[in-house]
Ligand binder design. Sequence first.
Ligand code: PMP
Length: 399
Amino acid sequence: MSLFSAVELAPRDPILGLNEAFNADSRPTKVNLGVGVYFNEGGKIPLLRAVREAEQARVAAEQPRGYLPIEGIAAYNTAAQTLLLGQSSPLIAEGRVVTAEALGGTGALKIGADFLKRLKPAAKVAISDPSWENHRALFEGAGFEVVSYPYYDGATHGVNFAAMLDALNGYPAGTVVVLHACCHNPTGVDLGEAQWKQIVEVVKARGLVPFLDIAYQGFGDSIEADALAVRLFAAAEVNTFVASSFSKSFSLYGERVGALSIITDTKEEAARVLSQLKRVIRTNYSNPPTHGASIVASILNTPALRATWEQELAEMRDRIRAMRNGLVERLKAAGVDRDFGFVNAQRGMFSYSGLTAAQVDRLREEFGIYAVSTGRICVAALNTRNIDVVANAIAHVIK
Ligand code: PMP
């Protein structure tokens, strides 16, 4: 009898399953809108010029690959904080922000969750309905009970803000509230400034613990504007967790570059929090990898590379916008009555398109166009060669 005879086969990851089906499809006009990756006009994951230059300099310098400190590269952590809170952040100047390099945004969420579990063992974690599919499993895996707060309203293609506030107002103090800082995944629907201010007020008044997930900074409106939520919590002096991911903004998916930042009340408190966070990291993977973070640090800290990166980031953002516009226009031109204007108001790579599961099935079966059954499409997978095919297929299945 094997040790593993009772091990059940875990369900397949739905999005990876979709990729496998896409790869096996032999139709030349197939399009994969299921993925969560930015593709350029050529349908490829870009290698940014800023990244290429920073990598060449790194290779030329022939640096040895010793262990990093447990919390990662100092220049990287400072740059990540500054990106979140701005150049003139008083909290950074006062030494009140703890930042540790992490294995992507996922790794940042995980070390934050493990630390929070030690700090608040009985707390519940609240995530948006819907949310990034890994949020629930990740926090449950860290030992938390996970609940959902209302977020998306299919009828208006907006946020059911009153219901969201109601839910937050009903949570006991200490509840961890996971918030998408910008470019909500999967819906593309974000809160406005006035709404964020109300959220900050409720979180502060009720003693909730905000955990902001920022995986698309710069993909919405701008680097600065996309950090609004983080900066509002900081200005309100709320103890806040922030998980940053640079997977998309630097197109460095496989290098696993992210950071966890925690806003504390004093410099002395920050030192204690960092010491505990380091224990969490040490017992998980000891210390983080060198390559991705050193590339990001040199881009963010070298003015010429940074200017190149900011331009490339703007190009990615503008291309996604153009594809949103293009899709809306083409659907109209194809005679679709339904107003798809809401797609233009959404932010980031994704769109909750309003397509039903049955329509998504038809797109796949009849046209080789792959999307998530919830109707989420990755707008960043559209380009000028496939957008007509996609728009005509959508027009066909919704008529
Ligand atoms: N949070 C959200 C909302 C995401 O969409 C993603 C990536 N799909 C992540 C976190 C994880 O990012 P990473 O790949 O850097 O771990």
